[in-house]
Design a protein around this ligand. Structure first.
Ligand code: GDP
Length: 298
C-alpha cells in the first residue's frame, strides 16, 4: 500500500554523491521523506515535526559507515529514536502495579474500544502469569448486556465476577467490589466502567467518583488503535480530567500503521502498556516498541 520508507530514502540518496559524513542538506532531504512517512502512519503533525527535528539534530554530521547507505543510516537513526520515544521509562511496559492486596484497577474508555474484553484478558494474564486471585466487576449500569458479557468472559477464563445487583449506581458497585475483594481475600479487583460513544461530562463525573472511592493502583485507558488521532484526543481528554496511568491499544491485529502510538506517547507522556491483537482471551501482549517502529517506517 505504502512505498517502503527505506526504499524511498535510497532513491533520494542515490541522487547525492557519497560523502564522508551526513551533510545538513542530505539530512534535510531525508527528513522530509521521514516526515511524510510519519504523517502517512497517522502521527499527528506537531508530533511528527518535533520528532523530525530531534532526529535531524542527531543525524547531522554523523559519519557514514561503509556497510550501509546514507539512506539506511538515516532510517536506523529514525528507528532508534522511535523506539526510544515509544519505550519511555524502564519497567512501565507490560506491568501493572498490583501490590497491596486488594489492588484496584480501573478500566476506562469509550464504548466499543474493547474495554470489557481487555479487562478479562488482563485478569486472565494476572491469574496465569502472576498467580493472582482476581475479581472483576462491571459498572456499566446502562447496558445490562455489558454486565452479562463480563460474567460470561469470567466463566470462560475462570475468574470471579461480582454478582450483578440490578438498580445499583456505579459508585455503589465500586464500594461493593472493594468490600467483596477485601473480605474475599482477592489480590486484585478490576472495575470495568461504562463507556459512551463520545466523551461527555456525565461519564467523566462518574469515573471520577469511582476513582475517589477506590483509589486505583492503575487507571488504564483502553482505546481502539485503528482510530488514529481520535484515540490520541480520547487519551488527552481522559488524562486531563481523571488522570490515567497507562494505555492499552486494541485492534493492533488490524492494518493500522501504528502512528497513534507515537502521538499518544508524545502527547500524554503515558506509557502504552499492552496491545490487543484479537478477540480471543489470549490475544493480549505487552507493547513492543520495536514492532511499532517497524510498522511506522513501513
Ligand atoms: P467495550 O464497549 O469497550 O467494552 O468493548 P468490547 O470489549 O465489548 O469490544 C468491542 C468489540 O471489539 C468486541 O467484538 C471485541 O471482541 C472486539 N475487540 C476487543 N479487543 C480487540 C482486539 O484487540 N482486536 C480485535 N480484532 N477485536 C477486539
Amino acid at each position: 500500500m505504502f512505498e517502503n520508507l527505506s526504499e524511498r530514502l535510497s532513491g533520494v540518496f542515490d541522487k547525492l554523491t557519497k560523502q564522508g559524513a551526513l551533510s545538513e542538506d542530505d539530512v534535510k532531504t531525508a527528513l522530509r521523506e521521514v516526515r511524510v512517512a510519519l504523517l502517512e502512519a497517522d502521527v499527528s503533525l506537531p508530533v511528527a515535526r518535533d520528532f523530525v527535528k530531534a532526529v535531524g539534530d542527531k543525524a547531522t554530521g554523523q559519519a557514514v559507515t561503509k556497510s550501509v547507505t546514507p539512506g539506511q543510516q538515516v532510517v536506523k537513526i529514525v528507528h532508534d529514536e522511535l523506539v526510544h520515544v515509544l519505550a519511555g521509562d524502564e519497567g512501565e511496559i507490560g506491568t501493572l502495579k498490583v501490590d497491596n492486596a486488594p489492588a484496584p484497577i480501573l478500566m476506562v474508555g469509550l464504548q466499543g474500544g474493547g474495554k470489557t474484553t481487555t479487562t478479562a484478558k488482563l485478569a486472565k494474564r494476572l491469574k496465569e502469569k502472576q498467580g493472582k486471585r482476581v475479581l472483576m466487576a462491571s459498572l456499566d449500569v446502562y447496558r445490562p448486556a455489558a454486565m452479562d458479557q463480563l460474567k460470561v468472559l469470567g466463566e470462560q477464563i475462570g475468574v470471579d465476577t461480582l454478582p450483578i445487583v440490578p438498580g445499583q449506581k456505579p459508585a455503589d458497585i465500586a464500594r461493593r467490589a472493594k468490600q467483596q475483594a477485601t473480605m474475599g481475600g482477592y489480590d486484585v479487583y478490576m472495575l470495568d466502567t461504562a463507556g459512551r460513544l463520545s466523551i461527555d461530562d456525565a461519564l467523566m463525573a462518574e469515573v471520577e467518583e469511582v476513582k475517589a472511592i477506590t483509589t486505583p493502583r492503575e487507571t488504564l485507558l483502553v482505546v481502539d488503535g485503528l482510530t488514529g488521532q481520535d484515540a490520541v484526543h480520547t487519551a488527552e481528554n481522559f488524562d486531563g480530567r481523571i488522570g490515567i496511568s497507562g494505555v492499552v491499544l486494541t485492534r493492533m491485529d488490524g492494518d493500522g500503521r501504528g502512528g497513534a502510538a507515537l502521538s499518544m506517547r508524545a502527547v500524554t507522556g503515558k506509557p502504552i502498556k499492552f496491545v490487543g491483537l484479537g478477540e480471543k482471551m489470549d490475544a493480549l501482549e505487552e507493547f513492543h516498541p520495536e514492532r511499532i517502529a517497524g510498522r511506522i517506517l513501513g
